[in-house]
Design a protein around this ligand. Structure first.
Ligand SMILES: Cc1cc2nc3c(=O)[nH]c(=O)nc-3n(C[C@H](O)[C@H](O)[C@H](O)COP(=O)(O)OP(=O)(O)OC[C@H]3O[C@@H](n4cnc5c(N)ncnc54)[C@H](O)[C@@H]3O)c2cc1C
Length: 528
């Protein structure tokens, strides 16, 4: 039986009289981290995700594995130290997806270099044994050599420092696989619709619906974990309808450009833009990822849309530093994500004042809710959730194992010139799969290396269920070049339909649904 098939996981919930140790609601970084932690400690674990794994914020990050230089400047030493430890562990446990990245801060005033060198040296010292390398001053000439494309006028020099970079949704998929290997049951397209309580008001389970079939379930558990990101308040309201909101969503937008705007292996970091935000321009999968913004948003959405003002802000700011100023026509893809920031209870709407650290809340009913945090610290957040579940649920205490647990696909020194590198230790299995059908060795589209066999692989082994799952999160084409992704959709739908035994109507529906989503990732009016 294939461990990673949705059908196999469905069989695991057929016996609805079973009481799980934990039911985790939400399949983003937080929920997946908790599932890996709980299952690897030996607890029976069920994770339910209403859409695809990482469909929410967890596929929309800046892709940094970092301690947060900005938080250091704000004096959050403990938070930075913890994140730097997690950065080191993640590089060790998922080296196929995480790499060291050098960031250059250009200095346009004489004192800037000294200020940043001191701060970034402290940043590195805080990483201790898990250091990624010491920050160093760069002359003006060195800065321009390393970052061709950077404006020379007024430049004094630069500072280079090191942090981590990764592929967020690929890591999510690999975490889902790790959790399943450790014995957890995971279901995507499975929405929690209500909470079940005992007569004493304590939670006893959830009601949930299989989005693909409409079938409803009642599932029992000792502990329920609310790991729904910006949607935590929906679950909290199921528990206590008059509960005040915990989360204040804040939108962050990224633009993806051609590498020619900054043809370098180094990333550019602007610590303070015109409105006090940090701006990154980071090489990612052969393109340049530029962002981000910080816009308070009233209501969370699974598919947030970039605002014109955010796009203009990023283009304007990038243009201040790049010789070739990018325009709307140059944007290959634009995507927005919502930070699940913990809201202050005094009603302030300034996102800068809202805590970036994670917060674990225990409701009277026993519901555990995790808010805030970041991708980098997902493992620690999972550990904290399970430690608390042991305490509140009276589960037999078992030690956390995830600090030393390799993540599915883990393989050191990936060959990043081979586009298959993201699959890590699965590469040979994908190549063997392609031997089954010679056509699977062919590319889906002449303009991209992605092969037909990878579509089949992700359907069989990574629980991909829709065209969007493939083009947005198993491969990152929607995020890298949205128009190309739209062109690829019909062929992906055809391959998936054959593999999943779906009819022509499904294929058509899938292409149309993908088009509706993908058009929000395209800026100019090229779309008909
Ligand atoms: C713009 C931006 C840039 C960022 N950059 C970085 C970065 O570079 N590095 C970093 O470390 N962090 C970064 N972060 C933070 C990081 O991405 C988030 O902290 C993290 O992804 C949050 O994960 P999550 O699992 O809590 O939420 P989500 O990923 O949103 O997951 C919650 C899931 O719950 C599901 N769900 C909701 N309701 C239900 C229900 N009723 N039933 C079942 N499922 C449900 C949703 O579908 C969703 O998939 C960034 C965040 C943003 C917004």
């Amino acid at each position: 039986m294939n461990l990673f098939k949705r059908e196999s996981n469905l069989l695991n919930i057929a016996n609805t009289s079973k009481t799980w140790d934990l039911i985790i609601v939400g399949g983003g970084a937080t929920g997946l981290g908790a599932a890996v932690d709980a299952a690897s400690r030996g607890y029976s674990t069920l994770l339910l995700e209403q859409a695809d794994f990482a469909k929410g914020t967890s596929s929309r990050a800046t892709k940094l594995v970092h301690g947060g230089v900005r938080y250091l400047a704000q004096g959050y030493i403990g938070l930075v130290r913890e994140a730097l430890r997690e950065r080191g562990l993640l590089l060790k446990n998922a080296p196929h997806l995480v790499k060291k990245e050098s960031f250059i801060i250009p200095n346009y005033n004489w004192w800037g270099g000294l200020f940043y060198i001191i701060g970034l040296t402290v940043y590195d010292i805080l990483a201790g044994k898990l250091s990624f390398g010491r920050a160093k001053h760069l002359s003006k000439k060195e800065t321009l050599n390393r970052l061709p494309g950077l404006k020379e006028k007024g430049l004094h020099g630069g500072v280079v420092y090191y942090d981590g970079q990764f592929d967020d949704s690929r890591l999510a998929v690999n975490l889902a696989q790790t959790a399943m290997e450790q014995g957890a049951t995971l279901l995507n397209y499975f929405k929690v619709t209500g909470l079940l309580k005992n007569s004493d008001g304590h939670l006893s389970g959830v009601t949930a619906s299989n989005i693909e079939t409409g079938e409803n379930y009642q599932l029992k558990a000792v502990v329920i974990v609310n790991a729904t990101g910006v949607f935590v308040d929906d679950i909290l309201k199921m528990d206590a309808p008059d509960k005040k909101p915990l989360v204040r969503p804040s939108q962050g937008v990224h633009l993806v450009l051609d590498r020619s705007f900054l043809p370098s292996e180094d990333a550019l970091m602007i610590p303070k833009t015109e409105d006090g935000r940090v701006l990154f321009a980071v090489p990612w999968h052969g393109k340049l990822l530029v962002g981000t913004t910080d816009t308070p948003i009233e209501y969370p959405s699974l598919e947030p849309v970039a605002l014109d003002a955010e796009v203009e802000f990023i283009l304007r700011t990038a243009g201040k530093y790049m010789v070739k100023a990018p325009t709307r026509q140059d944007v290959l893809s634009v995507f927005a994500g919502l930070r699940p920031l913990a809201a202050p209870q005094n009603g302030s709407s300034k996102t800068k004042e809202i805590s970036r650290s994670h917060k674990l809340i225990v409701s009277e009913s026993g519901l555990l809710t995790m808010t805030g945090g970041k991708w980098t610290t997902y493992r620690k957040m999972g550990e904290d959730i399970v430690d608390k579940a042991i305490e509140t649920g009276g589960l037999k205490s078992m030690p956390c194992k995830t600090a030393e647990l390799p993540i599915h696909g883990s393989r050191p020194n990936p060959d990043r010139n081979n586009h298959l590198f993201v699959y890590g230790a699965d590469i040979e299995k994908i190549l063997a799969l392609c031997d089954e059908n010679p056509d699977w060795k062919n590319r889906v589209h002449a303009k991209d290396s992605y092969t037909k066999g990878e579509v089949i692989w992700s359907v069989r082994n990574e629980m991909a269920r829709t065209v969007e799952d493939i083009l947005a999160r198993r491969t990152r084409i929607l995020f890298l070049n949205a128009r190309l992704a739209i062109e690829m959709a019909p062929e992906v739908a055809r391959l998936m339909a054959a593999e999943l035994k779906k009819d022509a109507a499904w294929e058509k529906e899938q292409v149309e649904a993908f088009y509706q989503t993908a058009k929000n990732y395209v800026l100019s009016s090229v779309l008909k």
